[in-house]
Each structure stands twice: as structure tokens, then as C-alpha cells.
Ligand binder design. Structure first.
Ligand code: DAH
Length: 365
């Protein structure tokens, strides 16, 4: 900035000339008008109203004028700066409204658009089903036990009172593992886990054993050479069939809904005496007007599995004192349970890995 003129100087300081001020103002107004968005306007503000803008520089020169000239120059520069400031404010307001409107349009979410996110997948219904079953029993203080799928013939059959010539052996068409003289099978039932558990630890025993089993069945809508069972075993002092019934009623209610109970029909299994087939109250019709019911096919009951009081011969074979302890056992098909729980007609759907099936039933259990 130049120092104040000591005497009147008729030649005014150049930036303060009438024309220069008008030009600076007009250029500023034109630039403001042309600013298309808030970012552009910000730059215009710096260029035309900032500290180093022509009008700001002109303003600074006023002090350098002789006193008589200051008023006039001050008024002109002041008016020009005022006009620019006003134009800036007006343009700012207009652009802000425009910006807001544009954001509203650009950021609008069309909730009707199809979703193209990657599918998340789901856990398989057999996995979640087995976990649900385990949870029901763990909540009662039971433990989950597992055994190998390649099993000793003795544990799969003999220990369970199915001697070599027992006719019931033929009920379970067995895969034998070579060489035959090693007497190894793919387990035909989860029952050998009962024998393993009794051999491993002293009573009291309360275990559930979900797992895969194998039989030389055709692969069709209701059979598969590999399927899943869950076995239960309770060994303690004073265990009776009443405990078995109460346990299965609770299991049924937790899996199929409150009030769904079971009934026993006399049956035969070598490892239990007495033995029963256990049926489940149909959880769709609940036994009322069953004729129309497609789930229980008019029966009011659904076949669920086998059960009974553990045969003392099995206790003895597995090292349990049959004079002191009694027990109950049961076994059901997990696949079958899931099929009627979800109204699935074809067993193969459980094994063929179609994600449409898995997502429909996998995550819900
Ligand atoms: N293991 C039998 C089967 O595969 C099912 C079964 C019946 C298991 C009665 C048991 C039981 O524990 O007590 O057909």
C-alpha cells in the first residue's frame, strides 16, 4: 500500500479510477452469475471479493489518497463491493437450493429396484436340525457324544444283543468294509455310540448322539444309502419307561410345538426290553379331523422312531452293573423328522445341495 499523499494529487491512484472500479465490479458480477455450483462460487468469491481481489486492493488504496479524494473513492469502491457482496449472497442462496434439490434427486433410493446383492448362503437344514436336537437335550443337562462312521461289527451289532445269527441283523442291510475278516462295517445305526459310551465311562450317563449311518438301500424319494439318526441313552439308578416317555414328550414339544406328545406301540428291538415304536402327535392337525391331513395321511400320528428300556444283556456286555442300573434308549431318523417338519416329500432334496432348498430351510431352525 502506498503511503498517504501529502498534497492533493489530481491523478488518482490507478485502481481507484471510475472505470477500473466499474470493470472490476462488472467482472465480479459476471463471474458470480456464471458460477454453476457452490464450488465454482467459492472460487469466484476468493477471486473477486477475497483479500487479493481487485476491489479489495482498490479499497486499500483509499487510505493513500489525499483526504478530499477519499470520500468519493470510498463511496465508489464501497458501492462496488456492496454490489458484489449482495450478488454473492443471492447467488449462494440460489445455488444452495439447487444443490439441495439435486441431492434429493440423486440420493433418492428406489426401494422397488431388484436386489442384486451376493446371496449369503445358509447353513444346511441337517446341520441346524442336528444342533436344535442337541440343544434340546443339552438344556436338560445331557451331553452330546459322537462315534466313528466306520465301526467295529461287534459294537454295531454284538454289543447291542444282535449276535451273528440274530435275524434282526438282516433288517439292516450292511456295508462291509474290506477285508471281511476284519469285521468292520459302515455303522448301520447310531446305537453303537451307546455301547461306546457305556464302555468309556461309568453311569450316570445321559447322552444324545446325532450322526450319519449307512445301509445298502436304493437311492429314491424315501431311501438313501446314507442318512442321519439321533440316538439317546440314559443310564442311572431307578430309570423306568416313564422317564423315557416324559423325555420323548418334551423332545417332541420342543421340536414340533407345545402340546405335541408321543405314543408308544409295542415293538421289538434286540437292545431294548420292553421296546416300542414311538409315534408323534401330528403337529399339523393335532389329531383333530385328521382325515384331510396330508402330513399324517389321516392317522393323527406320525411314526417317529424306536425306543425302549435298555436290555440288561446290553448293559452287561458294555460293563454296566445291570443289578444296580437301568436305562432307556431311543433312536430316530433326523432326515425323516426334518422332512415331515418342513413338508418335504423327497428325501433326496436333503442331500443334493440345491441352494434353493438350503436357503428355504437352512437358516430358520
Ligand atoms: N437303532 C434302531 C434303528 O436303526 C433305532 C432304535 C430303536 C434305537 C430303539 C434305539 C432304540 O436306541 O432303543 O432302527
Amino acid at each position: 500500500m502506498s503511503g498517504p499523499n501529502s498534497e492533493y494529487d489530481p491523478v488518482e491512484v490507478t485502481p481507484l479510477g471510475d472505470e477500473q472500479v466499474a470493470t472490476a465490479r462488472d467482472e465480479a458480477l459476471a463471474a458470480i452469475e456464471a458460477a454453476a455450483d457452490l464450488e465454482a462460487l467459492k472460487q469466484v468469491r476468493t477471486a473477486h471479493a477475497g483479500d487479493r481481489s481487485p476491489l479489495a486492493l482498490a479499497n486499500r488504496e483509499i487510505g493513500a489518497l489525499p483526504p478530499q479524494a477519499r470520500k468519493d473513492a470510498g463511496r465508489r469502491v464501497g458501492q462496488a463491493r456492496g454490489a458484489v457482496a449482495q450478488a454473492l449472497a443471492e447467488r449462494q442462496a440460489v445455488l444452495e437450493v439447487e444443490h439441495e434439490e439435486r441431492m434429493l434427486v440423486e440420493e433418492t433410493v428406489d426401494v422397488t429396484l431388484p436386489v442384486d446383492r451376493l446371496p449369503q448362503g445358509a447353513r444346511h437344514p441337517l446341520t441346524t436340525g442336528a444342533e436344535l436336537i442337541a440343544d434340546v437335550f443339552v438344556a436338560m443337562g445331557w451331553e452330546v457324544a459322537e462315534g466313528p462312521v466306520i465301526e467295529a461289527e461287534w459294537l454295531n451289532f454284538d454289543a447291542l444283543n444282535l449276535g451273528p445269527d440274530h435275524p434282526a441283523r438282516t433288517m439292516q442291510d450292511t456295508f462291509w468294509v474290506d477285508p471281511p475278516e476284519h469285521h468292520v462295517v459302515l455303522r448301520t445305526q447310531t446305537s453303537p455310540v451307546q455301547a461306546r459310551t457305556m464302555l468309556e465311562r461309568p453311569p450316570p450317563i445321559y447322552v444324545v448322539c446325532p450322526g450319519r449311518v449307512f445301509r445298502t438301500d436304493e437311492y429314491d424319494a424315501t431311501h438313501s444309502p446314507m442318512f442321519h439318526q439321533v440316538e439317546g441313552l440314559a443310564i442311572d439308578e431307578g430309570i423306568t419307561m416313564a422317564h423315557l416317555k416324559g423325555t420323548l414328550d418334551h423332545f417332541a414339544a420342543r421340536m414340533f410345538g407345545d402340546g405335541i406328545s408321543t405314543r408308544f406301540r409295542p415293538s421289538y428291538f434286540p437292545f431294548t426290553e420292553p421296546s416300542a415304536e414311538v409315534d408323534l402327535r401330528c403337529f399339523v392337525c393335532r389329531g383333530v379331523d385328521s382325515e384331510e391331513c396330508r402330513t399324517c395321511k389321516g392317522e393323527g400320528w406320525i411314526e417317529w422312531g424306536g425306543c425302549g428300556v435298555v436290555n440288561p444283556r446290553v448293559l452287561t456286555a458294555c460293563g454296566v452293573d445291570a443289578e444296580r442300573f437301568t436305562g432307556f434308549a431311543f433312536g430316530m431318523g433326523i432326515d425323516r423328522s426334518l422332512m415331515f417338519r418342513h413338508g418335504v416329500n423327497d428325501l433326496r432334496a436333503l442331500f443334493e445341495g440345491d441352494v434353493r432348498f438350503t436357503t428355504a430351510f437352512g437358516s430358520e431352525l
